[in-house]
Design a protein around this ligand. Structure first.
Ligand code: HEC
Ligand code: HEC
Length: 291
């Protein structure tokens, strides 16, 4: 009898400790999630003319918003755990400043840091482009379709959330606001060749989602996508084929780049493809000269 009582007390003690530990992890991570504040509020005028709205639509298509927010921007479930918001509904409900804080600063409308929205990919977007994107989203029809895919079972999501929080509590921070400092500034905006300047802007607001903050295949996903100096070995028509059909010169199917090019980059204009090629082949030349 006494043994049973001791075992009972032991369990009670252990669950008490586990509860304390859980509360600590939750509290520390929640403080951290909320420790970032947007810098100066966004004040750029929001355009209403048809040309600006069409430009906003082009930005949404080429920057892959639909890849994660759903074909009709209605929202989607990612990794069975994160629900991306309905972007057209959100743009109507939130101010331009709130939208900009999420897009370029990685801070959501609740004031919490975003973890899986790639703001590092949009941090260099110009004020005029942010405004056009917001104007387009506010004016595009709101889809009432249910988000695609389904949430994983509740238990799996709780465990997943706890693992992320545990990493944060231990100081391993993957918050977007922290990543943004690692995206290098644009350096070619005064280049005498305007194609190089424009191409840098395009690459640094699209390709760096996967090819590294600096396009050199490093962070945040080292080893998953190649250093873009590989473009130095492409002929212009090979690069165009990659952007238009998602196929490299070998014609082999690229598991990630193929669908991404066919989903997003088919929407580049011919000029944008030429701009990207000019910038990336110049970057490749500079990298080789530096060696
Ligand atoms: C790689 C996937 C991905 C891409 C690409 C992406 N998003 Fe997101 N976005 C997310 C996720 C995931 C969330 C929800 C994050 C969260 O709740 O922590 C989100 C949230 C947002 C939010 C709301 C933040 C808030 O809570 O206030 C806005 C606004 C947003 N995205 C805009 C955009 C726009 C505009 C584009 C295209 C230019 C885009 N996103 C592209 C994944 C993505
Ligand atoms: C969503 C992630 C993603 C984005 C965005 C992306 N890429 Fe890629 N890219 C990859 C991956 C991953 C590979 C490696 C092949 C694979 O797994 O598909 C790749 C491969 C490549 C290759 C090498 C193809 C070969 O010959 O093997 C080139 C060149 C390339 N990408 C150019 C670009 C350019 C230019 C952009 C921007 C306009 C871009 N990528 C945007 C993920 C991406």
């Amino acid at each position: 009898m006494r043994i049973v009582r001791w075992i009972g007390l032991g369990f009670a003690g252990l669950s008490g400790l586990a509860a304390l530990f859980g509360a600590w992890v939750y509290g520390v991570s929640e403080l951290h999630y909320r420790s970032y504040a947007p810098t100066a509020a966004f004040e750029h005028p929001i355009p209403t003319d048809a040309a600006a709205l069409a430009w906003g639509e082009h930005l949404a298509a080429t920057r892959g918003c639909r890849g994660c927010h759903g074909a009709d921007l209605e929202g989607e479930i990612m990794f069975g755990a994160v629900a991306t918001p309905n972007l057209t509904a959100l743009a109507r409900a939130e101010t331009a400043a709130t939208f900009e804080a999420a897009l370029r600063q990685g801070i959501g409308h609740t004031g919490r840091a975003l973890y899986s929205m790639p703001s590092y990919n949009f941090v260099r977007m110009t004020d005029a482009d942010v405004a056009a994107l917001y104007a387009y989203l506010r004016n595009a029809p709101v889809s009432d379709a249910a988000p695609q895919d389904e949430l994983a079972p509740l238990f799996e999501r709780i465990v997943g959330d706890f693992m992320v929080r545990l990493a944060i509590a231990r100081g391993e921070d993957g918050a977007m606001p922290k990543w943004l400092d690692q995206v290098p500034p644009l350096t070619e905006q005064d280049n005498p060749n305007p194609r190089i300047a424009r191409g840098e802007y395009l690459a640094m607001t699209s390709c760096n989602e996967c090819h590294g903050f600096d396009l050199r295949g490093n962070a945040p996903w080292p080893g998953s996508a190649p250093d873009l100096i590989v473009v130095g070995a492409y002929m212009p028509e090979q690069f165009t084929r990659l952007m238009r059909e998602g196929l490299p010169s070998s014609g082999a199917e690229l598991p990630m780049m193929g669908p991404v090019a066919r989903g997003r980059f088919v929407h580049w204009s011919d000029d944008e493809v030429a701009d990207l090629y000019a910038y990336l082949s110049d970057m490749s030349r500079r990298a080789i000269d530096a060696e």
